[in-house]
Every structure is written in C-alpha cells, then in structure tokens.
Design a protein around this ligand. Sequence first.
Ligand code: MRU
Length: 366
Amino acid sequence: MLVKGKPFRTIWLSDNKENTVSIIDQTRLPYEFVIKDINNYKDMAKAIKDMEVRGAGLIGAAGAFAMYLAVINDKSHINFLEEIAQEIKETRPTAVNLEWAVNRMLKCINTVSTYTEKCAKALSEAQLIADEDAEFGRKIGEAGLTLIEELSKKKKGDTVHILTHCNAGWLALVDYGTALAPIYAAHKNGLKVHVWVDETRPRNQGAFLTAWELAMADIPHTVITDNAGGILMQKGFVDMVIVGSDRTTYTGDVCNKIGTYLKALAAKDNNVPFYVAVYSSSIDWYTADGLKDIPIEERSDDEIRFIKGLDSNNSITEVCILPTSSPASNFAFDVTPARLVTALITERGICKPHDILNLFPEKKNI
Ligand code: MRU
C-alpha cells in the first residue's frame, strides 16, 4: 500500500544486503514511520514478541524470514533448526500463521541436502509465503467488496458504515489486509464508506494503526472507545462489522483481538451482520473447539498500566494510568463462537462459518 505516495509492504528482503530483512517498526506508529533492518533470527523473534511486527499474517511471514536468517547467518544452525523453530513459534502462541509458516519453512529446508541449497530454498520459500500472504489479502478484498456493494445498493448509494476492531489492515499482513481489504476495494471502486474504528485497548491497534492506515488512504473514519460499538449499533449507525482473525477453527469459531466477542454479541442483538475476513493460513485445520483448544496469549500487565502518546513537546512518552498497587490482567485474544458469525470472507469467496471445509475440500482428510 502507499505511504505518502510510495508503495510499501510490511516486510521485505533488503535491496542490497541478502542477509538483511526490513520491517516497518509498528511500535513507532502513528507518530513516526521507521524502517528497521534485522539480520539475525533472534532479533526477528524479538521483533515479533515486542510487536514491532504484529498481525497474524505478518507474524507468519516474519517467522518465515526468521528461519531464513537462521540458516543464512550461521551454517551450524542447520543442526539446531528444530530448536530454533520452536523458539520462534513460542514468541506469540495464538495466531496459527506463525506456527504454520515456521513448520512449512522447516519442512522445505529439509528437502535439500547441501548448505547452499538450504540457503536458496529458505529464501525462496520465505518470499513465497510473503507473496501468498499479500495475494490472499487482495483476494479477500475482492470477495468482501460484493458485500459492501450490496449494502450500498440497498442504501441507494448512501455511505456504508462499517465497524472494525483492532488492526486487520495491510499492517497486519504483508499487504492489503483482511478486514480492511474490502474497504480499500470499495473506496477504490467509488463506493461511499465510513469506518468506526475501535481504539482496541490496551495496545490501541485501532487508534494507532487502523486510523493511521485509513488516514493515509483518505478513507473517512472515526475512532471510538472500545465500549461505544453497542450504542452505535442500537442507534442504527453501523451497517456491518468486519474483523480479522488470528486463528479460526475448521468449525468456524473465531479467535481475534480481545473485545471481538463483545462486538459479535452486540451485533447479534441488533441484527447487524458480523463478518470475519480470514484466509487459509489462519485457519486451524486440526482444532474443532475454539473455546477449549486455542491457546490465548497473556501479555504483560504493563500494557494496561502504561499508555503511550505525545506530550506537549510532541515527544513520544508513556504515562502510568493505574494506582501503582492495583494488579491488572491482560488476555490478548478472545473466541467468538461460530453461531455469532454471519459469514467468513476468504480468499476463495464467502461462506457460512460451519461450511469452511466445503470451500477448502482438500483439507477434509488431513
Ligand atoms: O496482537 P495483534 O496486534 O497481533 O493482533 C492482531 C489482530 O488481532 C488482528 O485482528 C488479526 O491478526 C487479524 S488480521 C490478520
């Protein structure tokens, strides 16, 4: 996508150094646009853990490039690839893309025998994973556009108001995004859209990242508190909800950023369609019960205790917002049961949550 007129992806191999991978450091947005070069797998693992790169698709691609860096940087790593893969996978447990991409790299690197071949394989596979991720986002955009077109027609061309949670835009993938991809496609096609952006405490991915993305693309949007969605739906100010997903079971349960479930409940109560934009590498083909079996990441309570912003000198600063003695709890994701999801928007089209396997029949017998 474009940043001030220049096309960017969220992760790429540095132009002139084959052992360097570049990322956009998302912890600095929306205040600064900083590109960071990473040249060893430990630093990439840290960038994933610290959420300099985040979002299910992007951490999958980052995990793949971490495996590439492990291979290219030190020949002796070849003997410890399983352990390195495990170390990378443990950085963020919920999004299934990370585990999927790292396992795919491991398998692929092991198909060849010489060190030179392993380096070449690791590079081409990491790049393929990144390219596929971007392409899935583009296709979700095309599929989801039809839903926005229908609503726009129903409203005789009036603005379609879409609520989204967290950041499931191009920053969460390698490009295009999931939940925001149909919105970008609608805007490009001249449809009138307006996005209600949940701020998404505690890390404020909505306020910091989604709002920044939409502003860059000139798409009308309004940031709201996480608790405002309910009244907006009751008043008829929301035509549809679209969110992304970090892990969707093959039965259609959706695990996404904490707070998604409450939006799904409010949407159900107000007959607002609740869509989840999801693609094959974020579907967990082995898990049936999302509530019971998806590992929910718990992060540091400092993310709740401190909040970041600009001070009066326009410098980035952090302040403590809790009584120092109060404990805090920080579950990063929740699970929305399939029964609350109107439909999934996938790279192969739109389906009811319990019908995923009909869109991906090759996964039926794995
Ligand atoms: O903790 P984050 O910022 O990595 O969480 C991201 C989300 O929850 C997104 O909604 C999700 O990754 C879907 S977009 C691929």
